[in-house]
Design a protein around this ligand. Structure first.
Ligand code: PLP
Length: 389
């Protein structure tokens, strides 16, 4: 009998939780369109409303403030626009300020022209340079429109947590609007939209045990809204047209309910991650952990082992039944240099391996990772000895 694999890539996507699977299966049998007024339609609408309340509860928001989308990328593309409304009045955002270590969904600038996007750097730990942000916003020309700022709450590669309350204070002081990509923080950090102080949060279902292809943006006020990206029918109060992805939304809601309780288990997850880090360091004392100087998500470990190519290690680990990644999951399957490590001025020709745990990750999975790394490192050390001889 083959032993189960060790899935240590939760930051790429987390396994579907049983509650989400059950909610999705139930929703598949609901025949109605949520916009229809008959009984079947009302049953479908009830599913969307329940999920909306569940997602809102995860971030301490009003259910009315949740707009479902096809994922975090669509949510970011909608929010990162120059065209807004404050109540009935049109409002323009003239420039977008993003963090150089952001996920590509915000880093790419959304609907802004490239010359309207300003990248704010991070320090060597991966924390956004608040001095640079403040200086950039001071020189923002308010006559053309307001500044729009986007930043991730927690980094998908390093796990580094950004000081969003301090960022929000700077943005508010400059009269700007703040979008927080909370995708990797949800279910791992306490999340309260008013405490986070952002104007909008972005969420993705598949990072918290829900299905892939569904997400949301959540507004703090409900008064300020972006022009819709997807136009058509009046779904989502006109903020996102198209018949709702009923099973996806049902699964997202159920996963959000579960995620609200996983935050309390991050101590256990952190202990397991730290044990993995210590065991790997025992094997390779020259191992470098990226982002170690900053507050990090308890589940994430990004490291470089000198003399061990991350890409080669990834394939060897996969063959040994251990799933990790090299930084972020890459849609094309090719491994590119990490823009996050570049932004941190980390020169790592070998690349980096990311191990990301979930609440269900047990000691057996960590042991499997360590055993596979032991073999790889023995090979590296053997090759070093041979080349020195
Ligand atoms: N933001 C962050 C921080 C992410 O890690 C990801 C996915 O890797 C996304 C956004 C994009 O999410 P989605 O897959 O829902 O488009």
């Amino acid at each position: 009998m083959t032993s189960p694999r060790a899935y240590l890539d939760h930051n790429a996507t987390a396994p579907l939780v049983a509650e989400a699977r059950a909610a999705m299966i139930d929703a598949l049998d609901v025949v109605g369109n949520p916009s229809s007024v008959h009984r079947e339609g009302r049953a479908a609408r009830q599913i969307v409303d329940t999920a909306r309340s569940q997602v809102a509860a995860l971030v301490g928001a009003n259910p009315e403030s949740v707009v479902f989308t096809s994922g975090a990328t669509e949510a970011a593309s909608t929010l990162l626009t120059p065209h807004w409304r404050l109540g009935r009045a049109p409002l323009t955002m003239s420039k977008l300020y993003v963090c150089a270590a952001d996920h590509p969904c915000t880093l790419s600038g959304g609907q802004f022209a490239p010359d309207r996007v300003v990248k704010i750097g991070v320090d060597a730990r991966g924390v956004m340079r608040l001095d640079q942000l403040a200086a950039a916003l001071v020189s923002h020309h308010g006559g053309e429109g307001q500044p729009l700022v986007a930043v991730h709450l927690a980094n998908n590669e390093t796990g580094v947590i950004q000081p969003v309350a301090e960022i929000a204070a700077i943005v508010k002081g400059a009269g700007g609007v703040l979008v927080i990509d909370a995708v990797q923080g949800a279910g791992r950090l306490p999340l309260d939209i008013s405490a986070a102080c952002g104007d909008f949060l972005i969420l993705s279902a598949h990072k918290i045990g829900g299905p892939k292809g569904v997400g949301a943006f959540v507004s703090a006020s409900g008064l300020l809204m972006p022009a819709p990206l997807v136009r058509g029918g009046g779904q989502e109060k006109g903020h996102r047209a198209g018949t709702e992805n009923l099973p996806g939304i049902a699964g997202f809601g159920a996963a959000a309910r579960v995620a609200a309780s996983t935050v309390a288990r991050m101590g256990e997850v952190g202990a397991r991650r730290d044990a993995a880090e210590a065991a790997l360091r025992d094997l390779a004392p020259d191992l470098v952990v990226h982002g170690a100087g900053a507050g990090r998500l308890a589940n994430t470990l990004l490291f470089t082992v000198p003399g061990l190519k991350a890409e080669t290690a990834l394939i060897a680990l996969d063959l040994a039944g251990v799933s990790v990644s090299t930084g972020s999951a890459c849609s094309s399957g090719k491994v590119a240099a990490s823009h996050v490590l570049d932004a941190m001025s980390v020169a790592s020709g070998e690349g980096a391996l990311r191990v990301s745990l979930g609440v269900e990750t047990g000691e057996a999975e960590i042991s499997r990772l360590v055993a596979a790394m032991r073999l790889l490192l023995a090979r590296r050390d053997g090759a070093r000895v041979a080349s020195a001889a």
